[in-house]
Design a binder for this molecule. Structure first.
Ligand SMILES: NC(=O)c1ccc[n+]([C@@H]2O[C@H](COP(=O)([O-])OP(=O)(O)OC[C@H]3O[C@@H](n4cnc5c(N)ncnc54)[C@H](O)[C@@H]3O)[C@@H](O)[C@H]2O)c1
Length: 352
C-alpha cells in the first residue's frame, strides 16, 4: 500500500533561497481564504516578507475579516469564494476548517491558481490524491503547511540524520499533547474537521518522522483511539481526543507516536520527536510546555549537545517558502506528493 520513494531534495528554500530558489521574477498577488487564527498569522508572515502582495481576502465570518483588514488595509474583500477565485490572483492561501480544504484547493487549482493549504490537505488519502493530481494537471504550485519541519530544531535533526553522524535510525518516538485542545467548536465536529487529535496533531508527527527519514515505505500500522477515555472502533464517527499508533518503515525503524487534546499533561503542551540511531540520538522538544519554543539536542552516550534553542520564528516559514517559489515562477512541485503517504498512514490509523 505504501510506496518507497526517494529523498525530498527541496528543503529550506525560505532561508536558503540562493541554493534552492530561482530569483523572483514577479511579486505574486495572493488571496487569503479563511482569515481566522492561523490564516491571519500566515498572512502577516507573507506580508512581512515582502515577497508577495496580500491582494484579496475572503472569510465566511466578519470578525476574522475585520482583523485581517487591519493587517492588510490595501487588500480587497471578496463577497464569495467564487469572487475570490475570479479575482486576478496568482495563488491562494487556505486556512478554513479542515474538511473544506480539499474542495477549495481543487476549485482554486482548476482555475489555474497556486495553493498554499493548511494541514490537513484533505480528509483522507483519496481526497488528498485528487488535490495533488489537480495541481499536477494544472501545473500549479501546491504546498501544505507542515510548519514543524521548519523549526530550527527539526532542521538540525534532519541534517544530522541525513549526514549519517548518528548512524542508522532504528526507532522514532513522537508525542504531541495539547492540554487545552482546540478552542473552536468545528474542530470537535467530525464532519467539519475530518477527525480529532490525529488529523489535527498526529499528522505533524507522521510527517516529521517520514520527512526526517526520507519518506521510506511504511508497513504494519497499528493504533488505538479514545474519546474521553473510551476506546473507539475503526472509522470513528466522533472525534478522538487521545491516540497511540505504531508503524514500521523500510530499513527496519519503528515509529511510535501519541497525541491528544485536553490531556492532564501538567503543562500547556508536550511536543517531542526523538530519533534513536546506531551511533547516537537526537531529540526535538518544546521548552517549558510552550507551543512555540523548541530546542534540539544531540546525544552521544551520556553526553548531550545543544543543536538549537529559542528564539526561533518558525511559524510562517513554510508559507513564505511557498510564496518565494511562486515568485520565482515555479509550477507544480512533485515534492508535495509526499503528502499522500502521510494521508495513507492517517487512513490506517483511523482503520480506513
Ligand atoms: N500548520 C499548522 O501548524 C496549523 C496550526 C493551526 C491550525 N492549522 C490549521 O488551520 C486551519 C484553520 O485553523 P484555525 O485555528 O485558524 O481555525 P479558525 O476557526 O480560527 O479559522 C477558520 C476561519 O475559516 C472561516 N471559514 C469557515 N468556513 C468558511 C468558508 N466556507 N469559507 C471561507 N471561510 C470560512 C472562519 O470564519 C474562520 O475565520 C485548520 O485546518 C487547522 O488544522 C494548522
Amino acid at each position: 500500500m505504501f510506496t518507497a520513494s526517494t529523498r525530498d531534495p527541496f528543503i529550506g528554500c525560505a532561508d536558503d533561497q540562493e541554493r534552492h530558489c530561482a530569483p523572483p521574477t514577479h511579486r505574486p498577488r495572493l488571496g487569503f481564504l479563511g482569515v481566522g487564527w492561523i490564516g491571519r498569522h500566515r498572512l502577516q508572515a507573507i506580508a512581512a516578507s515582502g515577497v508577495a502582495e496580500v491582494a484579496t481576502l475572503f472569510d465566511a465570518a466578519p470578525e476574522g475579516l475585520a482583523q485581517a483588514q487591519a493587517l492588510a488595509p490595501r487588500a480587497e474583500v471578496a463577497e464569495s469564494l467564487d469572487a475570490l477565485l475570479a479575482a486576478e490572483l496568482d495563488g491562494i492561501v487556505i486556512a478554513t476548517p479542515s474538511a473544506l480544504h480539499a474542495m477549495q484547493a481543487e476549485a482554486a487549482l482548476s482555475r489555474g491558481l497556486a495553493v498554499f493549504c493548511q494541514k490537513p490537505l484533505a480528509r483522507d488519502a483519496d481526497e488528498t490524491a485528487r488535490v495533488v493530481r489537480a495541481a499536477e494537471r494544472a501545473d500549479r504550485l501546491l504546498a501544505v503547511d507542515f510548519s514543524y519541519r521548519h523549526t530550527e530544531a527539526m532542521r538540525q535533526i534532519r541534517a544530522l540524520v541525513d549526514d549519517g553522524s548518528i548512524g542508522r535510525i532504528y526507532a522514532v518516538d513522537l508525542v504531541f499533547h495539547n492540554a487545552y485542545g482546540p478552542d473552536k467548536p468545528w474542530f470537535r465536529d467530525v464532519q467539519r474537521s475530518g477527525g480529532g487529535c490525529v488529523i489535527d496533531l498526529g499528522i505533524h508527527l507522521v510527517d516529521l518522522a517520514l520527512w526526517t527519514l526520507g519518506f521510506p515505505a511504511v508497513q504494519a500500522v497499528s493504533s488505538r483511539l479514545y474519546a474521553q477515555g473510551v476506546p473507539l472502533g475503526p472509522r470513528p464517527q466522533v472525534v478522538e481526543d487521545y491516540a497511540v499508533a505504531q508503524f514500521g518503515v523500510a530499513g527496519g525503524a519503528t515509529v511510535r507516536l501519541a497525541c491528544s487534546w485536553n490531556l492532564a499533561a501538567g503543562r500547556d503542551a508536550v511536543i517531542e520527536a526523538v530519533f534513536h540511531g546506531t551511533r547516537g540520538g537526537a531529540a526535538m522538544r518544546n521548552v517549558r510546555g510552550s507551543f512555540l519554543d523548541f530546542e534540539a539536542e544531540r546525544f552521544d552516550g551520556t553526553r548531550s549537545t545543544v543543536l538549537a534553542a529559542p528564539p526561533d520564528d518558525w511559524g510562517g516559514r513554510a508559507a513564505v517558502q511557498w510564496a518565494r517559489q511562486l515568485a520565482s515562477g515555479a509550477g507544480y512541485d512533485p515534492a508535495v506528493a509526499r503528502v499522500m503517504q502521510v494521508a495513507e498512514v492517517l487512513d490506517a490509523i483511523y482503520g480506513r
